[in-house]
Design a protein around this ligand. Structure first.
Ligand code: NAD
Length: 485
């Protein structure tokens, strides 16, 4: 049992003053595995005030990118030193498999190094020709950032806010999801061990009211949010009312298009991983599999064979592929969607039920639907569970039309005999990222920018770092020759 009675505010542990606590229930055992305090509005205010002071008067925004990168490397090293508790706490709090936890954890350092390499490409000060005379164009840190995150990959998503904000000189207050607040305590410990300056990182726990207070706080300059489209909609309105910048990474209903005649033997693991990893609780899940009508039976058989050979079970065991869903309400939602699919005429060829041998825990068998029409609820709504729908097409235009017939546009995949053909088709899909023949998901370190109801703005890469910068043009006096910048 993980129990804390403090918050990480402004770089130190502060005793909680409120009386409300979050009880964290393990999705695999249904037992309480942790208890941490909910931040009061005063505690959120204290976190923002510490960040404000660090931005307005502290050294952080005035350090070079290289100096901030060194701080963050020490921070990552301190997180990595907590590998065992980081894996265990995330498995305990949201039921992710050990495999998925390792995959994410091992990605932390490469992710930071990608951000650092991209940051080095940014011109923080450049002289340009204006209409008349020269202009000094500056890119300055935007200010204090609020980062609000979901539960589906706690540490990885939290650092996807912390790395770029801090690297660009912006102190950040993070609010993890109430389902997964435990592992975030390790980030506080790591920040202290790494010697991050006072005020640059705070972590406040709680649900929507805590998040709402944070994003509406007058001391915040930019909000970066990952979560549901509904949550993003409310946050976007709050930010609009305050003329505050906001980056939104939201839900998805992505398509994997299999071009006619593609031999999927090599690609089935990528297709299954891309759609069902983390029991389908990934925003870029490509769970609409769009196959040519002549290939349907072959591809469905390959999918069913591959998924049937995977292991559903205790997420703590290193060889488990499918753990439980993160919350009971998530399981119930998946059951409702499966019932809706059946009622609308789709046919289950694998799964479709809770596993009979797992009465405890919020497990659901990986499920494959065929005879799915793209207009059905299971093809239009984000299920966020282990449910894959196979939809057929007769020609390429129809395949593209089906892929694009969605209110979302986050991920995507194309499988093709010829990679060039795959890339050509990828350009026709209205979405933020596309994998071709098993390329990495979610943009692979390139810009990650959801379209339509999947988001606003970009994360990652130079473009994502740009969200934490403001532009300033300094017009230079006539005849003035600036020194090299
Ligand atoms: P959620 O929107 O319910 O909550 C996400 C976070 O936002 C939580 O910390 C929550 O407390 C907070 N929150 C929700 N409404 C808020 C509001 N009005 N004001 C302030 N804070 C608020 O999402 P969830 O159920 O935790 O996560 C699942 C969703 O996240 C799915 O839709 C999934 O697709 C999406 N997601 C997207 C990405 C991406 O990068 N695009 C990545 C992971 C998850």
């Amino acid at each position: 049992m993980f129990e804390r009675e403090d918050h990480f505010i402004g770089g130190r542990w502060v005793s909680a003053r409120g009386s409300e606590f979050l009880d964290v229930v393990s999705p695999s055992t249904e037992e309480v595995v942790g208890r941490v305090p909910v931040a009061t509005t005063d505690e959120v205010d204290a976190a923002v005030a510490a960040a404000r002071a660090a931005f307005d008067d502290g050294p952080w925004p005035r350090l070079s990118v290289a100096e901030r990168a060194e701080h963050l490397r020490r921070f990552v090293a301190a997180v990595e030193a907590r590998r065992e508790p980081a894996l265990r706490l995330q498995i305990d709090e949201m039921g992710m498999t050990h495999k998925f936890a390792v995959e994410n954890f091992d990605g932390l350092r490469p992710s930071l190094e990608r951000y650092v390499a991209d940051a080095e490409k940014i011109a923080f000060a450049e002289v340009r020709e204006g209409v008349v005379g020269k202009v000094l164009v500056l890119r300055e840190p935007v200010g204090v950032v609020a980062g609000v995150t979901p539960w589906n990959s706690p540490i990885a998503v939290e650092v996807s806010k912390i790395f770029p904000a801090l690297l660009m000189g912006c102190p950040i207050v993070v609010k993890p999801a109430p389902e997964s607040p435990l592992s975030a305590y390790l980030l506080g410990e790591a920040a202290i061990e790494a010697g991050l300056p006072e005020g640059v990182l705070s972590i406040v726990n709680g649900g929507v009211p805590v998040g709402a207070h944070l994003v509406d706080h007058p001391g915040i300059d930019h909000v970066t949010f990952t979560g549901s489209t509904g949550g993003g909609h409310v946050i976007a309105q709050t930010c609009a009312a305050r003329f505050r910048g906001v980056t939104l990474e939201l839900g998805g209903k992505s398509a994997a298009v299999v071009l006619p005649g593609t031999d999927m033997t090599e690609y089935v693991p990528s297709l299954v991983g891309g759609s069902l990893r983390n029991s389908g609780q990934i925003c870029v899940s490509t769970n609409r599999v769009i196959v040519h009508e002549d290939d349907r039976d072959r591809v469905v058989q390959q999918l069913v064979d591959h998924i049937s050979a995977m292991k559903l079970g205790d997420p703590h065991e290193p060889d488990t592929d499918f753990g439980p869903l993160a919350a009971k309400r998530q399981l119930e939602k998946v059951e409702q969607f499966v019932a809706s699919g059946r009622a609308q005429g789709a046919k289950v060829v694998l799964g479709g039920v809770r596993p009979a041998d797992r009465p405890t825990g919020w497990y659901f068998e990986p499920t494959v639907f065929v005879d799915v029409d793209n207009g059905m609820e299971i093809a239009q709504e984000e299920i966020f569970g282990p449910v894959l729908s196979v939809i057929t097409y007769s020609d390429e235009d129809e395949a593209i039309a089906i892929a694009n017939d969605s209110k979302y546009g986050l991920g995507g995949a194309v499988f093709a005999t010829d990679a060039e053909e795959g890339i050509r088709v990828a350009t026709r899909i209205v979405t933020g990222t596309v994998q071709v023949n098993g390329g990495p998901p979610a943009g692979g370190g390139g810009p990650f920018a959801g379209r339509k109801h999947s988001g606003m703005g970009a994360e990652r890469a130079v473009e994502g770092l740009g969200a934490f910068l403001e532009l300033k043009s300094v017009t230079l006096p006539p005849g003035y020759e600036p020194a090299a910048v």
